[in-house]
Design a protein around this ligand. Structure first.
Ligand SMILES: [Zn+2]
Length: 307
């Protein structure tokens, strides 16, 4: 290695730039999927989320800046099940990128492949009635076990789009899936030990988390999905809670925090927490692992008598 020849420098630069270009450019609809895609893609992918973790994922502005990002993407990953219907389709069509059009190989909706819960039966529900879950509950990212399955879906999709790195994607995906499944059992054991059996939430965001942890969702504060509860409605819910001896309420932190105050006024003994339900829903929540851990800790504290 006395000196690098001009040729070898050119080769290094070329190799480096080919590698840099070869990174998979992934755009996710929400931060939970961004975190998962980062864990599966590691340094082989660049991943950005459109929605922020502090936003209600049903309602996001389809900004031109998002379209610009999607115009360069190799892959768009979303939940589907109607979660992003109000905005993502507009972002994708505005991006004019044939690779990521709905139905093409660069578009992946993971929700329908993750055994969705609460698919409405009978007559189709209308959004005008306030329904925002017409294809089943789309909040699948709150279940660590379903996210373990989603890690495999991402690894398979990354491998399809970038076969040269398939072995690495599958290895990363398996690592994430194994870790989330193992931790899910540990979180579930902690919840069982806490003795907490039943809670109330604002929207049906936490159903998958609660089901995975063995907690019953007594009811929700919203009279209908997407509709803010009146004080009268809150009083009715408090009546149901009293009858069933349930006194824990989790409010997803992007909803109106005044609802928590109203509940405390109605019944000072109720335990209410505003909780993050997405990666970056609070500053300290940087990963799915952080998110589930924070929810488990909140419930443990409540079961232990803290308010
Ligand atoms: Zn929802």
């Amino acid at each position: 290695m006395k000196k690098m020849t001009k040729l070898s420098i050119v080769m290094w630069v070329t190799l480096f730039s080919v590698q840099a270009q070869a990174k998979l450019n992934v755009i996710t609809s929400v931060t939970d999927l961004r975190n998962l895609a980062q864990m599966v893609g590691k340094d082989l992918a660049t991943v950005e989320s459109i929605a922020r973790g502090t936003q209600d994922p049903h309602f996001v502005d389809a900004k031109p800046s998002f379209m610009a990002k999607v115009s360069h993407a190799d892959l768009v990953v979303c939940i589907g099940l109607g979660l992003e219907d109000a905005w993502l389709n507009n972002v994708i069509s505005g991006a004019r990128n044939p690779k990521v059009r709905i139905g093409s190989s660069g578009y992946l909706a993971v929700g329908p492949k993750l055994n969705p819960l609460e698919i409405p039966e009978g007559a189709a529900l209308s959004r005008s009635e306030g329904d925002v879950h017409p294809e089943g509950n789309p909040h699948v990212t709150l279940d660590p076990r379903r996210m373990a399955d989603a890690a495999k879906l991402l690894a398979d999709k990354f491998s399809e789009l970038d076969p040269a790195n398939a072995v690495q994607y599958e290895k990363n995906g398996k690592e994430v899936a194994d870790r989330l499944r193992k931790k899910a059992s540990e979180w579930q054991k902690r919840i069982e030990k806490s003795g907490l059996k039943s809670v109330v939430t604002y929207h049906k965001t936490l159903d998958y988390f609660l089901q995975s942890m063995g907690i019953k969702l007594l009811t929700v504060l919203e009279p209908k999905p997407g509709i803010e509860p009146s004080v009268n409605h809150l009083a009715e819910v408090m009546g149901v809670m009293k009858a069933k001896n349930v006194n824990v309420v989790l409010i997803e932190n992007f909803f109106n925090p005044n609802v928590a105050n109203k509940l405390r006024e109605l019944n000072p003994s109720v335990k209410v927490a505003l909780v993050p339900v997405s990666v970056e829903g609070e500053e300290k929540i940087q990963s799915l692992d952080d998110l589930y851990e924070s929810l488990v800790m909140t419930l443990e504290n409540f079961a232990g008598g803290k308010k």
